[in-house]
Design a protein around this ligand. Structure first.
Ligand SMILES: [Cu+2]
Length: 249
């Protein structure tokens, strides 16, 4: 309500995406036709990086933001256009999508191998139980850093043991090990299953089967300030989104 400038720029971002989307119906990977997201104004960027992924309730977006329109499903694809994102993965996600979503039957896995959390970044639906095996030949002591969305301390445990941890809250949970200071990992828990971890080397992402409608698309990357963009998913089509001009945290 108070953030009129934010609302204005959301509409601007939306019109950019819409106008570019019309010309790229069959464009696929055509770089020239890509929609360019607007960097989020500071308040949005702050809330995205400060609170992690969350529902945009109270935000200044269009009233139908996050509401599937029931016309079908489409694909969100694109790239975090930044060298740092090519080196380590990030997570691109639909911030809020109305609906209730089933957890995967199999628990997502955050392994420990060669003194590293594997994968480095794991994205899950909030409420998921994550399995933490120790597949390494040394003991580890997993705990979460201060300010994490989900807090836990698994203590020390040896090779072959598995711990199971629920992640009820949405947001960023940063992992560390008491024994190996170099170990670092992230569990990103999200409100809906429309997310993807970016590919190493290219920083590209593809989110399939997104219900058609308008959404706010955001990302998490450990070294980059988060920005978000309003995107439109059309039935049977791919909406290409390029996050440009990204700033270091
Ligand atoms: Cu360790």
């Amino acid at each position: 309500m108070i953030r009129i400038p934010a609302a204005t720029s959301v509409v601007l971002a939306l019109s950019l995406v819409l106008s570019c989307g019309c010309g790229s119906e069959d464009a696929g990977g055509n770089e020239g036709e890509n929609a360019k997201p607007e960097p989020a104004p500071d308040p949005v960027a702050d809330s995205a990086s400060g609170n992690g992924p969350s529902a945009p309730d109270g935000g200044g977006g269009p009233a139908d933001l996050g509401q599937p329109d029931g016309r079908g499903k489409g694909i969100l694809a694109g790239v975090l256009d930044n060298t740092l994102a090519k080196r380590t993965p990030g997570v691109v996600y639909v911030e809020y999508c109305q609906g209730s979503f089933e957890l995967l039957a199999a628990h997502p896995i955050m392994d420990q191998l060669a003194k590293a959390f594997t994968p480095h970044v794991l994205a899950v639906l909030a409420g998921s139980t994550v399995d933490f095996p120790n597949s390494d030949d040394v003991r580890h002591s997993v705990y979460t850093k201060e300010g994490s969305a989900n807090d836990y301390n698994l203590g020390q445990y040896p090779t072959g043991e598995v711990k199971h941890v629920e992640h009820p809250k949405t947001g960023v949970t940063q992992l560390a090990c008491n024994i190996h200071a170099e170990m670092s990992g992230y569990v990103i828990s999200l409100q809906n299953p429309f997310f993807a971890v970016t590919d190493k080397g290219t920083a590209r992402f593809t989110i399939p089967d997104v219900p058609s409608g308008k959404y706010r698309l955001a990302f998490f990357h450990e070294k980059l300030q988060s920005v978000s963009s309003v995107v439109t998913v059309e039935p049977g089509k791919t909406t290409e989104v390029v996050f440009r001009d990204l700033k270091r945290k």
